[in-house]
Design a protein around this ligand. Structure first.
Ligand code: CTP
Length: 412
């Protein structure tokens, strides 16, 4: 599908630039033409000669290279491309893109384009985790820019590990293909969510009373885990934040295990930014104000102990109303035993969600802890009723709906 496509590759200055040479080769193998812009810093890592030989055309290096400027012009360079890829996208170039700087050829071409742009960030894990980078990346995602990676792993610096490695060339190519495919996903294919970042919460939370007792609920985590698995199968980068469950973590997903609502909120915030958040956990609404440090004993006088409860933070509402890092699509669940649609509708507004997946958890339905689910999807557009189906099928259909919605948003 890349045959005849023109992919403008911007290479910024980072050690991952060596992988961009491999990316050029693989794009050429697929029949794409690959004009390349090297930033001055990139030239410290790869030579214009090597990049030009692989691309089979001279690379573009300097905004004020007058001969070439008259031949092509940076505006034409980005106008003629079907898609722009920035790989590696350094913290510095990302910051420039956010602010619309145009002080060299790379940043100018990126500002002068109205084409799809895909970034493959690569940097030191501490730079990636820095609030400035997180803010910047969230802004680019909000601007509709696609992103692939970064991955977790060893860094070039000795002894450094964490999230910051550039995605592999094949992953970047998958993300390019997804970005270029205009067909909306009717059923989620293996690449329907490639390049998307998804956070899923799942399971119950346990709120300690004392070291051996806790408040909990009957959630098994099956629906949330199935959604995380389906998102990963559709090519998304998935962080699953799970309360205590007995089912195994799904393959291909980064699972963060937590106990309490407070820990769940912290893990979700740490996983931002994301394109999509699906909050399927049955979070305990209350916790014990002061959990005892030692096991509570029965009072000698036979009196019943009193537990003072305080409200837990609302994770869905925190994400849905986030000022800087709100995902493009925020999906909540509503487990109700009565007045399903009214209760779920009020949650939609109250929690700042785009959709609420509402299900009837009355004991006779067997939903809580069971295999099947009957759901309704509520949104500003109205109510969609889905027939009774396995939780895995609910997950599949939800992922297809998510992919179609993101694709639509990306092309309008
Ligand atoms: N939720 C959350 N954090 C909480 C409580 C709920 O993120 N502290 C999320 C759930 O993951 C779910 C949605 O909010 O996506 C609705 O959960 P539900 O328990 O049905 O709603 P509540 O806000 O608890 O309302 P109520 O119990 O009064 O019906």
């Amino acid at each position: 599908m890349l045959d005849g496509k023109r992919i403008l590759l911007v290479v910024a200055g980072g050690i991952a630039a060596y992988k961009s040479l491999e990316l050029i080769r693989r794009l050429k193998d697929r029949g794409a033409s690959v004009p390349v812009i090297l930033t001055p810093a990139a030239e410290a890592f790869v030579t214009p000669l090597a990049a030009g030989a692989l691309a089979n055309e001279p690379v573009h290096r300097d905004l004020f290279d007058l001969t070439r400027e008259s031949e092509i012009g940076h505006i034409r360079l980005s106008r003629e491309a079907d898609l722009l890829v920035v790989a590696p996208a350094t913290a510095d170039l990302i910051a420039k893109m956010v602010n619309g700087f145009a002080d060299d050829l790379a940043s100018t071409a990126l500002l002068a384009t109205d084409k799809l742009v895909l970034i493959a960030p690569a940097m030191n894990p501490r730079m990636w985790a820095h609030p400035a980078t997180r803010r910047n990346v969230a802004q680019l995602l909000a601007d509709g820019i696609h992103m692939v990676g970064p991955n977790a792993g060893e860094m070039a610096e000795r002894g450094e590990a964490g999230v910051g490695r550039m995605a592999e060339p094949d992953e970047i190519i998958s993300a390019i293909e997804t970005a270029l495919s205009t067909e909306p996903a009717l059923i989620a294919g293996p690449k329907a969510l490639a390049g998307r970042r998804v956070i899923v919460t799942s399971g119950p939370t346990h709120e300690p009373i004392d070291p051996v007792r806790y408040l909990a609920n009957r959630s098994s985590g099956r629906q949330g885990h199935a959604i995380a698995a389906a998102c990963a199968a559709a090519g998304a980068t998935v962080t699953l934040v799970s309360g205590p469950v007995t089912i195994p973590p799904p393959p291909g997903v980064t699972t963060v295990s937590v106990e309490t609502a407070g820990e769940m909120l912290e893990a979700v915030e740490a996983a931002l930014p994301a394109d999509v958040a699906v909050m399927a956990a049955a979070v305990a609404d209350w916790r014990v104000a002061r959990a005892a440090e030692r096991k509570l004993k029965k009072p000698a006088d036979g009196a019943s102990p009193m537990l003072e409860l305080v409200e837990n933070p609302d994770i869905l509402a925190t994400v849905g109303r986030h000022h800087t890092l709100r995902p493009r699509l925020v999906v909540g669940f509503a487990a109700e035993t009565n007045d399903l649609v009214e209760n779920a509708m009020s949650k939609l507004a109250r929690k700042g969600a785009d959709w609420i997946v509402a299900n009837d958890v009355s004991p006779e339905t067997g939903v809580m802890g069971g295999d099947a689910n009957t759901v309704r999807i509520l949104s500003a557009e109205g109510v969609e009723e889905w027939p009774k189906m396995a939780k895995e099928e609910v997950a599949e259909r939800l992922v297809a709906k998510i992919a179609a919605t993101l694709d639509q948003a990306g092309t309008t």
